[in-house]
Design a binder for this molecule. Structure first.
Ligand code: PMV
Length: 361
């Protein structure tokens, strides 16, 4: 399927930039939190197993691109992060854009001034590559649309190119939830882009909360890139990939049916399995902190005592994502204040909820 898509995109690529062409386009795109995790990759940013995530709303990147035709025959780029010119990020983005230039040849005739900022604090430990890469790609597609005089952004195309920037970014452009990676039960699913699944989900998941407890805001000792690479020699990897296929199928069914008990069981198992894979890599490493464990224990005790349907998940770091439906919001807010906030670095947590994906600002 994607070979056909790639051919189509190559064929329809805008290559001519008219004299005097200039403008500004601004996009916001959120971060997302995986429920079934993508951990292990191959080829050009292809996943070893399918994943499913909630799209967030408060944790997002806002990126504006000022573009102007230049006659040098190559892309020129300046990048400002949170108001300050950032040559290191500029180099990274230049490398990414060079990679996708065959599909967007007009970039070679443009000077870009890109300004980006995140709504979540830089030092919160929240991964920004998913939101930043997808916001950037939305901007590039908007410039292409302007050249072609169209307005409709193809979100599958946005997802495909976001994936090349950062795997998990492929899932950020869609509302509420997305599946990335080939599954047996979703015929349209693909390793090369994510697909939207919001229409198929039970209403309870359409306004689910994610309260992100910032346990430690420092940078990770082992990057995601290095973590993915360590899966290549992890002795548990084949079992993990098999398990992920089963988990995503069961979780997806539970999310269609509104089965919160199964949702909780699989979501927590996935979080712990992700960290177990880190511990069983060679060399093994631990990204959880004592307060991550204290929060997990408190969440499980609270669930046991109150029978409320809340659960945790973890990204590749120590922070806890507390997931729950809108129906228990009030009680959970009190629980956070009384028991969880004291475990957070400087008492900091982010009040997030599933969101609508990327959009123009
Ligand atoms: O998109 P990357 O390469 O930063 O990897 C993300 C990996 C996890 O966040 C741990 C899991 C996921 O599916 O998002």
């Amino acid at each position: 399927m994607s070979k056909t898509l790639e051919k189509k995109w190559l064929k329809e690529a805008a290559s001519k930039v008219p004299a005097g062409f200039s403008g500004t386009t601004a996009w916001q795109s959120p971060s997302n939190i995986a429920l079934v995790k993508y951990w292990g990759k191959h080829g050009n940013q292809l996943p070893k197993n399918p994943s499913i995530s909630f799209t967030l709303s408060a944790s997002k990147s806002e990126t504006s691109i000022h573009y102007q035709r230049n006659d040098s025959g190559r892309l020129q780029l300046k990048f400002f992060f949170e108001g300050k010119e950032n040559p290191a990020f500029a180099e990274k983005i230049q490398r990414f854009l060079s990679q996708i230039i065959p599909y967007f040849p007009f970039l070679n005739q443009l000077s870009l001034e890109i300004s980006s900022n995140n709504t979540f604090p830089h030092s919160s430990g929240i991964a920004s590559s998913a939101s930043a890469m997808s916001a950037l790609v939305m901007g590039v597609l908007a410039i292409e649309n302007k050249l072609k005089n169209t307005h409709e952004t193809d979100l599958i195309k946005a997802s495909y190119f976001s994936r090349l920037g950062s795997g998990s970014a492929s899932r950020s452009v869609f509302p509420v939830a997305a599946v990335w990676g080939k599954t047996t039960f979703l015929t349209e699913s693909s390793d090369e882009f994510a697909i939207p699944v919001v229409q198929q989900l039970h209403p309870v998941f359409q306004d689910f909360y994610d309260s992100i407890l910032i346990i430690d805001s420092g940078t990770k000792a082992v990057s995601s890139r290095a973590g993915h690479a360590l899966m290549d020699n992890n002795p548990f990897a084949p079992t993990r990939y098999k398990q992920a296929h089963k988990n995503i199928q069961d979780l997806y069914s539970a999310m269609q049916a509104g089965d919160l008990a199964t949702f909780i069981r699989i979501t927590e198992a996935e979080a712990l399995q992700l960290h177990a894979l880190m511990m069983t890599s060679d060399p093994g490493y631990i990204l959880m902190q004592p307060n991550s464990l204290a929060a997990i224990k408190a969440i499980r005790n609270f669930r046991e005592d109150t029978k409320m349907p809340l659960c945790f998940t973890l990204d590749a770091g120590p922070n806890i994502h507390l997931l729950y439906p809108a129906s228990v919001r009030e009680e959970v807010l009190a629980f956070i204040e009384n028991e969880l906030q004291p475990l957070c670095a400087n008492g900091f947590w982010i009040d997030d909820i599933v969101g609508q994906g990327a959009s123009a600002i």
